[in-house]
Design a protein around this ligand. Structure first.
Ligand SMILES: Cc1cc2nc3c(=O)[nH]c(=O)nc-3n(C[C@H](O)[C@H](O)[C@H](O)COP(=O)(O)OP(=O)(O)OC[C@H]3O[C@@H](n4cnc5c(N)ncnc54)[C@H](O)[C@@H]3O)c2cc1C
Length: 379
């Protein structure tokens, strides 16, 4: 048993922490207020070689491991939740399925621009009538000669306005009541493809969340990702990896909230003493520190299992569930410790709390995680 990060992981942590403090955190509040996508941050992340971090150098990636991906996602999210979700989705929802299931040609064509940062990565699964029950997909891809002709709608898709292409799920055939669901790579500039960026969200305002409308979108059948009919299995595997990203985001946002609350508790005086002298406040901070430590350990463990090529579905679900729930608790307590000031935008903690809520919903709600865990423990 060794809890130390490797030399490479430590170097990545140092680099991304310095970068996040200097380049990401300072503009986070303004970007949130103005709903401004952090494009400049991502140009710099591309220069640092972070956009293809866990993918092979052959495709322009950095060949790093999943623990390193978790470290980068945590640090970016500590500085700015919107930057964190953009990065996490780019890698684990955009790049990962192409890396896992793509042919050599598809990887050259579609993974390389993701690794270099030329395109953002995105993944279209959710539909207005297919959320937790993602198998309820209604988007349909009909075969026409050598092409698929796709019709349907996707909702809440991260990064699509900044993606040149994305993988999405669609019904490619039926056997009685049984649907054949496949994943297909679709260029976002295809005729009949509309990406609508119009949601009014609770938080993560600087991230890009979109609706996709596909009307007779024609793509060659060679854009099929993986085997025909395996789209459902593929997205389950993709989401396992994505959940490590959401867990890491939750640890980062919780850490940011805890750091602000601790600093504020030391500085703010009431009844002639700093808040940090009151045991009620000390206990809140102690619980926050303990829960963040545990959540981070769970995220690292799931990432490590993935890096060893071992099963990690249960651990990915557990880390996502635990980290997102404690992130909500920690950010709530951080607002509480700030009192009325915490309710004001200027003190940042209310943003952390708004951003945290998505983590209990995206990539499988808390209820869905409990269902996954129950299945893995034999219920
Ligand atoms: C900001 C944002 C970004 C997102 N990014 C992406 C993306 O990039 N790609 C993508 O494909 N999707 C994305 N999503 C969609 C997200 O994954 C879904 O919102 C999520 O899976 C839940 O689906 P739903 O919203 O349809 O809720 P529903 O499935 O309708 O669930 C509503 C409630 O019912 C509960 N529920 C549902 N079924 C059960 C059950 N069997 N037992 C108990 N409780 C149940 C849920 O847990 C939840 O509390 C994003 C969403 C948001 C808000």
């Amino acid at each position: 048993m060794n809890f130390d990060l490797t030399t490479e992981q430590q170097m990545i942590l140092r680099t991304i922490r310095e970068f996040s403090d200097a380049e990401v955190a300072p503009g986070a509040e303004k970007r949130d207020k103005e709903k401004a996508f952090p494009i400049e941050v991502f140009k710099k992340l591309a220069d640092l070689g972070m956009m293809g971090l866990p993918f092979s150098e052959e495709y322009g990636g950095a060949g790093a491991d999943t623990v390193s991906f978790a470290i980068v996602t945590e640090e970016l999210s500590r500085a700015c939740g919107s930057t964190g979700i953009t990065y996490s989705a780019h890698i684990s929802l955009g790049g990962a399925p192409i890396n896992l299931f793509g042919t050599e040609e598809q990887k050259q064509k579609y993974l390389t621009p993701i690794c270099t940062g030329e395109s953002f990565g995105a993944f279209g699964l959710t539909e207005p009538n297919a959320g937790s029950d993602a198998g309820g997909t209604q988007t349909e891809a009909k075969t026409d000669g050598n092409d698929f002709v796709i019709n349907g709608n996707k909702c809440y898709i991260t990064n699509a306005s900044y993606a040149n292409h994305l993988a999405l799920t669609a019904i490619t055939g039926r056997d009685g009541q049984q649907k054949e669901i496949s994943a297909i790579i679709v260029p976002t500039d295809a005729d009949g493809f509309k990406v609508i960026d119009n949601y009014e969200k609770m938080g993560l305002h600087a991230s890009n969340t979109t609706e996709l409308v596909l009307e007779d979108v024609r793509v060659p059948q060679e854009n099929l990702l993986g085997k025909r009919g395996e789209g459902f299995k593929q997205f389950l595997v993709t989401l396992d990896g994505g959940r490590i990203g959401i867990g890491a985001m939750a640890v980062g946002i919780a850490q940011a909230a805890y750091e602000k609350a601790l600093a504020y508790a030391k500085e703010r005086k009431q009844f002639g003493k700093s808040l940090s002298h009151f045991q009620a406040i000390q206990f809140k901070l102690a619980d926050m520190a303990m829960k963040i430590e545990l959540a981070r350990t769970m995220v690292y463990k799931a990432a490590w299992l993935k890096d060893q090529g071992r099963p990690f579905t249960k651990e990915a679900s557990m880390c996502k569930l635990y980290a997102s729930e404690i992130c909500m608790e920690v950010t709530n307590q951080a607002v509480q410790i700030h009192g009325g000031y915490g309710y004001m935008r200027e003190y940042h903690v209310e943003r952390f709390m708004r951003d945290a809520k998505l983590l209990e919903i995206g990539e499988g709600t808390s209820e869905v995680q409990r269902m996954v865990i129950a299945r893995t423990i034999g219920c």
